[in-house]
Design a protein around this ligand. Structure first.
Ligand code: SF4
Length: 175
């Protein structure tokens, strides 16, 4: 897997001050995408053991609320396979910090049973993710007043609650 950028302190992509990893590769090709260079799976640098260490160190300070995964598309199957061992490390090291993930795939469709973005890593990935912001960016539904998402079709999903209740539960955001 490759990645384009690591933002060590980011306040736009999830609750609190977070560390954000922008992975490379995206097959959605949404009209109006703000990040087209990241469609290429080889964009940026290779995600290595050193990259993992760099992010784990960035997550250490008490004021960092957790990790946000963006892209590109973290839930492309190849990226899921690369991210899963890393997410295990993040949750193992910082069980109190949250993991947010931005995906163009729908939680209850492409990421659900029989969905086209599913692979052997998906269930465990979802078990480690606290919040999934799902859905492609739709330019016609763009709304700059929305928190943590770009267009009105996108949802901020409480993944653990959804898995427990067997239905999609949207997260109540801190005001
Ligand atoms: S899913 Fe995100 S990165 Fe991929 S094309 Fe859509 S807006 Fe761009």
């Amino acid at each position: 897997m490759h990645y384009g950028e690591i933002k060590k302190t980011d306040i736009a992509n999830g609750e609190g001050v977070r560390t954000a990893l922008f992975v490379s590769g995206c097959t959605h090709h949404c009209k109006g995408c703000f990040n087209q260079e990241t469609w290429d799976f080889k964009y940026g640098k290779e995600f290595t053991e050193e990259t993992e260490e760099e992010i784990l160190s960035a997550l250490a300070p008490a004021h960092i609320a957790g990790l946000s995964l963006l892209g590109g598309e973290p839930m492309e199957p190849g990226n899921q396979r690369a991210l899963l061992p890393f997410l295990r490390r993040v949750k193992g090291t910082y069980p109190e910090k949250t993991i947010w993930c931005y995906t163009g795939y729908l939680f209850d469709k492409e990421l659900a049973d029989g969905g086209r973005a599913r692979c052997e890593a998906t269930d465990e990935m979802l078990s480690l993710i606290d919040v999934l912001v799902d859905g492609e960016f739709v330019q016609e539904k763009k709304n700059i007043s929305l928190r943590f998402r770009g267009s009105e079709n996108q949802r901020v999903i409480d993944v653990q609650k959804s898995l427990k209740e067997g239905k999609t539960v949207e997260k109540e955001l801190d005001s």
